[in-house]
Ligand binder design. Structure first.
Ligand SMILES: Cc1cc2nc3c(=O)[nH]c(=O)nc-3n(C[C@H](O)[C@H](O)[C@H](O)COP(=O)(O)OP(=O)(O)OC[C@H]3O[C@@H](n4cnc5c(N)ncnc54)[C@H](O)[C@@H]3O)c2cc1C
Length: 447
């Protein structure tokens, strides 16, 4: 059977690998560079991540690293436990790692500290009052409004570049949302989770894009990689006809769409005009990643991986990572590597002027964190990159499900569903391949 995969980011590449393991030779369309948002560079002793900086250890990514022969290249933090900080009332404050730290933390007002033990065990505290809620409204009954804003807004800005008062609890915390619907307490939910505790983070020696390179190598003879954009998808007689920007057309039995909503809307109109109209409604945050270095003699916040910031910071400063403090190998012995992230949904679409941020960021690092003499290495802007999964987003996911039901063999696995982290993308790629194979079996085609 012929399968087309649209998009050669990590989702499309992993899907192609898993399909090829089933004896297929998928056709993978990529309009730009393989790897999508994953990009790394090694220069002058620094390992620079232009896209994702760290990966979260989950079973699917662990298995992938093993399959690609990269397990020995995984590097865990040299400091354990390391600290994560958020900017609150003009200073970096440690995110409490346990009850003792929480009691002393200024992030939680006295009232929240007093109520928390009861709220955590109280059944129904997360009970949904509507079909969705913002994370701020959803979490406030448990940890209070101040702590929800102080703690969760910077964390969500760090992941989505978005706002705690707008992002959807139902979409971003589906497990917790379901627990709320079932009337469970937070403690009950924590105890029912399969993988309890905080997952480890890791990086890849030589850069995360080594995963992309290894996937590309593996697929060399096992997939047909087409360096063109898909411009149209039509359904005809239970099969799919694709047009690509190089003027060619393709007939396939199945089609896996891994592109983000805006791109998908450009070629899905013939299949579903309603979906094509709805998809561009998802706003996407533009992010700028800037790398700087400082002397290792300087003391950074002790044992900290980084500081995440709430909205309203100068230059739309979203946070800084002190990469080499917990991953010493990413910088030369005498320098620290710092990664600054700017932008987010609040900043709008236009990329910042590189010259301006180059002049402003070192001064900001000094005034906010006392980091002196930061030297500029470079920056990279990702325009309209991270989807804003706002309250009500589940309605759009239901539209995608509906379209899949109407068009067997068509599966959507773009970044607008299933989580934005690389580990989430790998899991969704594998689940989507299972879906494609199951569709083939139920259609009587066999895999
Ligand atoms: C600055 C930044 C920091 C991040 N930090 C982290 C982090 O620390 N940890 C983490 O886990 N995740 C992080 N992420 C998120 C993570 O990198 C992404 O969610 C993930 O890489 C997305 O993979 P994907 O394959 O789903 O999508 P993409 O990487 O967007 O791939 C989709 C591909 O489709 C291609 N395409 C688009 N239209 C067409 C078309 N019509 N035809 C053919 N091809 C098309 C695109 O060129 C692209 O290559 C970060 C992202 C960014 C931008």
């Amino acid at each position: 059977m012929a399968t087309a995969i649209i998009g050669g980011g990590i989702t499309g590449l992993v899907a192609a690998l898993r399909l090829s393991a089933k004896g297929e030779r998928p056709i993978l369309f990529e309009k730009g560079e393989l790897g999508g948002m994953i990009k790394s560079r090694v220069e002058s002793g620094f390992t620079l991540e232009l896209g994702p900086n760290v990966l979260v250890e989950r079973p699917h990514i662990v298995a992938l690293m093993k399959d690609l022969g990269l397990s020995s290249e995984v590097v865990y933090p040299s400091v354990d436990p390391y600290g994560q900080y958020v900017w609150f009332r003009n200073a970096p404050r440690k995110v409490p790692a346990g009850f003792g730290e929480l009691i002393r933390s200024p992030l939680f007002p006295l009232s929240a500290k007093v109520c928390l033990p009861w709220q955590v065990v109280r059944p129904g505290v997360l009970a949904a009052r509507s079909s969705d809620a913002s994370i701020l409204d959803f979490m406030s009954p448990v940890i209070g409004r101040q702590a929800s804003k102080a703690l969760l807004d910077p964390v969500l800005k760090g992941i989505y570049g978005g706002d705690v008062a707008e992002l959807s609890a139902r979409t971003i915390f589906p497990g917790l949302w379901e627990a709320g619907v079932a009337g469970q307490s937070v403690l009950g939910w924590m105890r029912s989770r399969k993988n309890r505790g905080k997952p480890r983070i890791f990086v890849v020696r030589g850069g995360i894009s080594r995963i992309v390179a290894a996937l590309g190598e593996r697929l060399r003879d096992k997939a047909e990689v087409v360096a063109a954009a898909v411009t149209a998808v039509h359904s005809s007689g239970g099969r799919y006809e694709l047009g690509s920007s190089d003027g060619r057309s393709w007939i396939v039995d199945r089609c896996l769409v891994t592109t983000a909503a805006g791109a998908t809307s450009g070629f899905i109109g013939d299949i579903s005009p309603a979906l094509a109209a709805a998809l561009p409604g998802i706003e996407r945050a533009t992010l700028t990643v800037a790398h700087l270095s400082v002397s290792r003699d300087q003391s950074l916040i002790k044992d900290a991986f980084g500081v995440l910031c709430p909205g309203g910071m100068p230059e739309n400063f979203l946070g800084v990572m002190f990469n080499s403090q917990i991953f010493p190998h990413v910088a030369p012995p005498d320098r620290h590597l710092l990664t600054v992230v700017l932008g987010g949904a609040q900043a709008g679409d236009s990329p910042p002027d590189e010259e301006a941020i180059r002049n402003r960021v070192p001064g900001l690092l000094e005034s906010l964190f006392g980091v002196r003499d930061a030297c500029w290495i470079g920056s990279c802007t990702w325009r309209r990159a991270i989807p804003q999964l706002r309250v009500g987003h589940h309605a759009l996911v239901e539209q995608l499900d509906e379209c899949e039901r109407s068009f067997p063999g068509l599966v959507f696995a773009g970044v607008d569903r299933g989580g934005v982290g690389v580990s989430d993308r790998i899991r969704l790629a594998e689940q989507s391949v299972e879906k494609l194979l199951a569709a083939a079996v139920s259609e009587g085609h066999g895999a």
